[in-house]
Design a binder for this molecule. Sequence first.
Ligand code: SF4
Length: 473
Amino acid sequence: MEVHLEAQTDTYPVATAGSPSGRRKPPVDAVELEHRNLRQGEFWRAIPAYRDVDEATFLDHLWQARKSVKNADELLATIEELADPSFIADAREGFKRAPMSVRVSPYAIAAIDWRKPYSDPIRTQFIPVASKLRRDHPRLTLDSLHELDDSPVPGLTHRYIDKALFLPLNTCPVYCRFCTRSYAIGLDTEMVDKVPLAKTPKDWQAAFDYIASRPELEDIVISGGDAYQLPAKNLRLIGDALLDIPHIKRMRFATKGPAVMPMKLLTDTAWVDALTAVVERGRTLGKDVVLHTHFNSPNEITWITQKAIDVLFKRGIVVRNQSVLMRGVNDDPEVMRLLVKRLSYINVHPYYVYMHDMVRGVEELRTSVATSCEIEKFVRGSTAGFNTPLFICDAPGGGGKRDIHSFDYYDRANGIVVYSAPSVKPGQHFIYFDPLDTLSAEAQARWEDQAAADAMIADAIAKAGGSRTYVPA
Ligand code: SF4
């Protein structure tokens, strides 16, 4: 990971010999303060296509949207000689085989270290390369979280008693390779015909009517797609419609935007004003409206991000982060600690770190549950508890979010992790499977045999207590 120490401006206490108490801590290593060293300057000018782009243009969110890279030819035209031709050929093949559409903002392109594209955490999230692809786990399905099974009307998932997920659109400022909703988000690809979502204000009425008809609902997550893509008037329309429902007490607008296009918070005043108006109206009604975002790498956070988040902070808008644990992006304890501390530093609360869902076509990004447990132990204690994320597994099959350590049984040799969710779906087991290539050769061979695999799963369920029903993903 690239570290930018030159921007360090703060000063820190230095221990002095003979201090009165004799218990003064020694000076800290620079590495402990690395989270404050945000990338500075016009770093985008290192990209050939942005060499002549001035700050005002680069910070224009409309320019960012217009110049987003959507295919291998556009990528090549943007980075030119920065990447090896063999990498471009690899990416071209990767684009063809990806279940997700590709869209990468100039901000994200500029944050990639093109000298080392294969190991770069931002490239890994957005630009597929065929040479890294792994075979999917045999128990993986397209909608592994079974959101469609819990969907009473198009664009709404009602799983938890008091909370629903509203999906008012299917576009995003970027498309993440690892998206849980690759079954619906973005354009159809060669691999996947997308499930249609309700996308217009007229379509949304069914969701509003359903929410109004369910008095147990208090909490609505507005996701997608991505709330960044909602025109300001529609953001306001959704916010007001939900605030008008007496039993709705909490709302969360979800967006990856601040991580990949932070400048929108600086230059799309109408959008920020609409969000602020909903937050302020909520406050007068005694209702909590916040923004949830999605940083995965400390490299996504630059001086632009800090300035952008500061706009929200000064308006009293709470921002929480939900990361996904990904191989080659943040599955290193030091990198995760840096991410958590950097988020805290810019006033974003690190809220969750999810296990990577069992999503088609991105098996090389998943980690084992054991890795998550180890990283959680390392991160806990690095900073204040309220800024320490909860590491969770969104249990395949619709079990909802489970604390990573709360499995009923973990067969580490075969990578089978059994969870239960008594308050969500009592009487059922939910299983997460570690990626096959993290298992021994013998275990991988066992997964080749359907009967042996069924027996391993049955054995794990028996050892987990065995009295519940197993819901395959
Ligand atoms: S921004 Fe969110 S919804 Fe959109 S592709 Fe990324 S993970 Fe999926």
